[in-house]
Design a protein around this ligand. Structure first.
Ligand SMILES: *Cc1c(COP(=O)(O)O)cnc(C)c1O
Length: 495
């Protein structure tokens, strides 16, 4: 029987459904299972399978208390016609290497892979205390990408509602319109007068506010939850595309069954690259996972020195979704790499909250470095990579993927081991940065930038981005930080 407990203690024994509904453990740790890797995915049968079939195999091992029928329904709903490529995450050659595009979902960012299926998982969980009327309301603060992907996933999902806060004037026009034009009867979008950190820390206070939570539970039968990548239900769907990459390499006859592969992963919260580690534990032949950062290179420093130190300047870069100082999912990697030592993890996380830093024992660092390589790119390098990759391969990178591309080109390839760069966003989500890098017109609106990029490169603007220009705006609310709690209460009465 597979059970989940906190990275910081083994007392809990939750099913995966309970862990998904609960999100984070009471002690602040992340849910993990000690059975991970006991059963493996049969890689000899991967070739020729669809993404959906691979998802059925992989998720069946990771979430064993969902029935095969429940998983099949979740998968069919999440990976259907809302994707503009039937392979869901298509693999394409890029010189001697490969790029796997994770941005073919409804919001053009890789977070769709997880956020299209998380609401479907949640709809198939049941309340702990048997209140059959209980609904879940997702509350999230966003600096851009997560908010829209979460809105698109949870819009009209049964038994759920969602409230998204974003900092007024600090997200791009495209990102703002993506959110304020969102359809669905259970969605709420609100600007906040403050910066992202203000909004984020107030959301955390709202989760911890027992009085407010008791009040909405009693009056509205609503519990609050998070769509952040700490939720195990958001992490495990990402394991699937690593196996899909392998299946596509087999189909291209780039490898034989059993051959090793390297993955290069643009990283912020360590969710995407952790999913690659889970894939390895499930039997995927992964030689190396390359952690690529932007100028906020806290992970690079950690992986090279063994000291994680979040007391450092925070840079707003051209790759905003990687601008992160605390990579929450690293905690899960530390748990597994320390041979499942919750006391060590507790000790390190206490150091992080008390001193803003921790240091792992040297043997642990050595073990981590055997699998995880690392590098980072500053903004000038990102810009140069977008130009170089277009010139060398006729392929347009977004600024996040460009960080990974830079790191990949800096590293020697291992002969016979293919390298797969994960591409996390469509370049059309960041048209101004891309146009500046390519020397194209970048003075006009974001939509003019998109049109210019399309014309110059012969690529197509994703319709869902281009059409935002004319979509009706549904949400114009803007509140003070101090009123966010009250806003959440109102929304809870309204889903
Ligand atoms: C979220 C995001 C990332 C970082 O992914 P993590 O799982 O947080 O490491 C990279 N690129 C884009 C475009 C993203 O939206």
């Amino acid at each position: 029987m597979t059970t989940f407990h906190s990275t910081r203690g083994t007392d809990d024994a939750l099913t995966s459904k309970q862990a998904i509904r609960k999100g984070i453990a009471d002690d602040g740790g992340l849910f993990v299972t000690d059975q991970l890797g006991e059963s493996k995915v049969d890689i000899a049968t991967l070739q020729g399978k669809t993404y959906q079939q691979i998802a059925q195999d992989v998720l069946g091992l990771l979430l064993p208390d969902f029935t095969a029928q429940e998983l099949g329904e979740c998968i069919a709903e999440a990976y259907g016609a809302q994707w503009d490529d039937e392979r869901i995450t298509p693999l394409k050659p890029l010189g001697d290497d490969y790029v796997m595009e994770l941005f073919h979902g409804p919001t053009c960012a890789f977070k769709d892979v997880a956020l299209q299926i998380l609401p479907r998982f949640m709809a198939r969980t049941t309340p702990a205390d048997g209140d059959a009327d209980e609904r879940i309301m997702i509350v999230t603060a966003t600096s851009g990408d997560t908010g829209k992907a979460a809105l698109a996933g949870f819009a009209d999902a049964p038994g759920t509602g969602i409230t998204v806060f974003y900092p007024e004037g600090r997200v791009s026009k495209v990102q703002e319109l993506q959110m304020t034009t969102q359809s669905g009867d259970n969605v709420h979008v609100c600007a906040v007068r403050g910066n992202f950190d203000d909004a984020q820390s107030t959301v955390k206070e709202i989760f911890a506010d027992t009085e407010l939570n008791a009040c909405i539970a009693q009056e509205d039968h609503v519990v609050l939850s998070s769509a952040n990548s700490i939720n195990v239900g958001r992490l495990v769907p990402q394991v699937v595309y690593y196996f899909s990459a392998y299946a596509q390499l087999l189909e291209r006859q780039a490898i034989n069954v059993g051959d090793e592969v390297d993955f290069v992963v643009p990283t912020g919260n360590f969710g995407d690259v952790l999913a690659g580690y889970y894939a390895k534990m499930l039997g995927l032949p992964v030689r190396q996972l390359v952690v690529a950062s932007d100028r906020n290179n806290v992970l690079f420093d950690f992986l090279t020195t063994g000291t994680y130190n979040r007391k450092r300047p925070f840079y707003e870069t051209t790759s905003p979704s990687m601008d992160i100082l605390v990579s929450s999912n690293l905690e899960r990697m530390l748990y597994y790499m320390s041979e499942k030592d919750p006391r060590l993890v507790t000790y390190l996380m206490n150091d992080l909250s008390q001193w803003g830093a921790y240091e792992v024992p040297p043997q642990l660092l050595m073990r981590i470095r055997e699998l995880f390589a690392t590098g980072w790119a500053d903004e000038a390098q990102v810009s140069r990579m977008i130009a170089d990759c277009w010139k060398d391969h006729g392929y347009v990178l977004d600024p996040h993927t460009a960080c990974g591309y830079f790191v990949m080109t800096q590293m020697p390839a291992e002969p016979g081991t293919p390298r797969v760069l994960l591409s996390t966003a469509s370049p059309y989500k960041f048209p101004r940065t891309v146009n500046e890098a390519l020397g194209l017109e970048s003075d006009g609106t974001d939509f003019e930038c998109m049109d210019g990029l399309s014309e110059a490169t012969g690529t197509t603007v994703p319709p869902m981005l281009r059409e935002l220009d004319e979509a009706p705006v549904r949400f114009r609310d803007c509140v003070e930080v101090s009123d966010m709690g009250h806003y959440v209460e109102q929304c809870a009465g309204n889903i």
